[in-house]
Design a protein around this ligand. Structure first.
Ligand code: SAM
Ligand code: FES
Length: 346
């Protein structure tokens, strides 16, 4: 066996130069070996089970202007929508009946959906669905707001750091956004008691191998419960419309590295991975991921939550998506698990 892979599996960590070597030698043989080890490690904790999360993309209004993102505030060609509380609760009800026990509420940083409204919504979901986890993905908020969300009953928070390099961060975001604040948010979320997810886009514009090495070091240090990575895919109405998309091969390699780095982490095979390759999500699971996130948003708004071009599943009802993913997972010998799927505690 490759010595670096053996060390990563044994010690759950590597020197920077060793991470760099893996990223620079991304051959089919290396990926085969890495994904074999990563699968084995995933099976030790999760068996051949895949957790599902019901994603509710409840608002595409966003005050931010990240250069890569299709719903950036200054894209005036977006058809903006914001689901009502009743519509969001209906998505949860539909999801619950389909067997979902985690709801992920994701949206742009929408000033039109106040923190107080959010708290009320979380309280209602918590009251109605005692046995479900509530995951939020609402970007950067003041600490007191995160505390209020947690007190209202939210359990998990997804906030990708996007890149661990300041220089790279500034190439992806306008000046008013800072990596320092993003990292600070992650530390606060963890302290408050959320199960925290971070991550980055693979192949984002100007990303270097050294940036990826920094990402791996950052993630190991933060030690999050969840890690979301997916390929960057250009959106035709953004400043990076002509940038190249991230590749399947690099994303799969990184999923396997991350599985060996944090053996118990919850790692999704993302929709973006399924968008760049029809079998992307299956390949992601085989590379060491253990979560899929079908969409529960009403079909009428799906195409308007367009972070990148050609996003899959925009025309499918929640039940179809759920059924489709079950079949896809079964086709590779895995089974969807319908419990909450919390981070496995020691
Ligand atoms: N507003 C919240 C936030 O900033 O964390 C949640 C929504 S944000 C749109 C969710 C994630 O989408 C981002 O963290 C980013 O990594 C990803 N994303 C945005 N544009 C993308 C693109 N063009 N290709 C792939 N992923 C993208
Ligand atoms: Fe959505 Fe296949 S997962 S239609």
């Amino acid at each position: 066996m490759n010595k670096i892979i053996a060390k990563l599996e044994r010690q759950h960590n590597l020197e920077k130069s060793e991470f760099r070597w893996l990223l620079e030698n991304n051959t089919p043989e290396l990926r085969r070996e890495l994904s074999g080890r990563a699968q084995k490690v995933a099976h030790e904790t999760f068996g051949k089970g895949v957790y599902i999360r019901g994603l509710i993309e409840f608002s595409n209004y966003c005050k931010n202007n990240c250069y890569y993102c299709g719903i950036r505030g200054s894209n005036n060609q977006v058809n903006r929508y914001r689901l009502t509380e009743t519509e969001i609760l209906d998505c949860c009800q539909n999801g619950y009946e389909l067997g979902f026990r985690t709801f992920v509420l994701q949206g742009g940083e929408d000033p039109g959906f106040s923190d107080e409204q959010m708290v009320k919504l979380i309280e209602k979901i918590r009251r109605a669905y005692h046995d479900c986890a509530i995951t939020l993905s609402l970007g950067e908020r003041p600490k007191a707001v995160y505390e209020a969300f947690f007190a209202a009953g939210a359990n998990r928070y997804l906030l990708r750091h996007e890149t661990a390099s300041n220089e790279h961060y500034q190439k992806l975001h306008p000046l008013e956004l800072s990596l320092k604040n993003r990292k600070q948010c992650l530390v606060e979320l963890k302290k408050i008691g959320f199960q925290v997810g971070t991550g980055f886009m693979v192949g984002s514009p100007h990303q270097t191998i050294d940036n990826l090495v920094e990402d791996l070091v950052f993630i190991k240090t933060l030690d999050p419960q969840m890690i979301g990575i997916g390929p960057f895919i250009p959106h035709h109405q953004t400043p990076y419309k002509n940038a190249k998309a991230g590749t399947l091969e690099e994303t799969l390699l990184l999923i396997s590295i991350l599985r060996l780095l944090l053996p118990k982490a919850l790692i999704p095979a993302t929709t973006a991975l399924g968008t760049i390759n029809p079998d992307g999500r299956e390949l992601g699971i085989r590379a060491g991921a253990n979560v899929v996130m079908p969409n529960l948003s009403p079909v009428a708004v799906r195409k308007d939550y367009s972070l990148y071009d050609n996003k899959i599943c925009t025309g499918d009802e929640a039940a179809e998506c759920r059924g489709c993913l079950s079949k896809r997972m079964e086709s590779i010998g895995y089974k969807i698990l319908t419990h909450r799927g919390d981070y496995p505690e020691e």
